[in-house]
Design a protein around this ligand. Structure first.
Ligand SMILES: CC(C)(COP(=O)(O)OP(=O)(O)OC[C@H]1O[C@@H](n2cnc3c(N)ncnc32)[C@H](O)[C@@H]1OP(=O)(O)O)[C@@H](O)C(=O)NCCC(=O)NCCS
Length: 165
């Protein structure tokens, strides 16, 4: 049992450093590993360290949520023309439903507001609609578009940021 004076580490959010990329790669692969439809490749996400480094070189910012020494969540964003694109939100399975994902998305929202970027966009696979659309709606996003690709549909969601928010 934890001693009475033992500190429970709180969650901290930082920008990822090169030495975090391997952990992020594993965390994303783990978080996205379960395909909802058997045979579906679209729910998997495997980002190698090289791919992550390349994304950073091309302007993507990767955030990590840490509890003590452990990386327990991640998200990334990239400024596009007139909006910020948010992607690869992931919380380690054993730390789900503790507010990690919400904290990461809120950090991106605050960053966009500070930079006076008027909107944040993200994409959800239609297969995950039932779970994820309500999740993002609770954070102020709404569906703006649904596009059919060859094997799957993608839902685009957006949150507009008012200057007063
Ligand atoms: C989506 C994900 C990042 C959520 O992370 P999380 O840290 O568990 O989320 P939070 O703890 O911040 O969730 C807060 C709220 O959302 C709810 N919630 C959590 N996961 C949810 C989900 N998948 N669908 C709907 N609601 C969800 C919680 O019940 C909680 O609600 P409450 O505040 O009313 O109790 C996590 O489930 C995950 O890593 N999923 C796999 C990867 C993925 O699909 N990412 C999104 C791709 S677009």
């Amino acid at each position: 049992m934890a001693g009475i004076n033992e500190q429970i580490p709180s969650i901290e959010i930082h920008q990822a450093k090169p030495e975090d990329l391997e952990t992020i790669s594993k965390l994303v692969a783990l978080a996205y590993q379960t395909p909802i439809n058997p045979g579906s490749f679209t729910n998997r996400a495997e980002d190698s360290v090289e791919k992550l480094a390349q994304e950073i070189a091309e302007g993507t910012i990767i955030l990590i949520a840490r509890k003590g020494d452990e990386v327990i969540g991640t998200v990334r964003y990239k400024p596009e023309n007139g909006f910020l694109m948010l992607s690869r939100l992931a919380t380690a399975p054993e730390f789900r439903n503790q507010g990690v994902g919400n904290s990461l998305v809120k950090k991106v929202i605050d960053t966009a507001k500070s930079a006076k970027i008027p909107a944040i966009r993200l994409e959800v696979m239609e297969e995950k609609e039932k779970d994820l659309v309500p999740y993002y709606e609770a954070l102020g996003f709404h569906e703006t578009e649904r596009i059919q690709y060859t094997h799957h549909k993608i839902i685009t969601m957006e949150k507009k940021l008012e200057p007063t928010e």
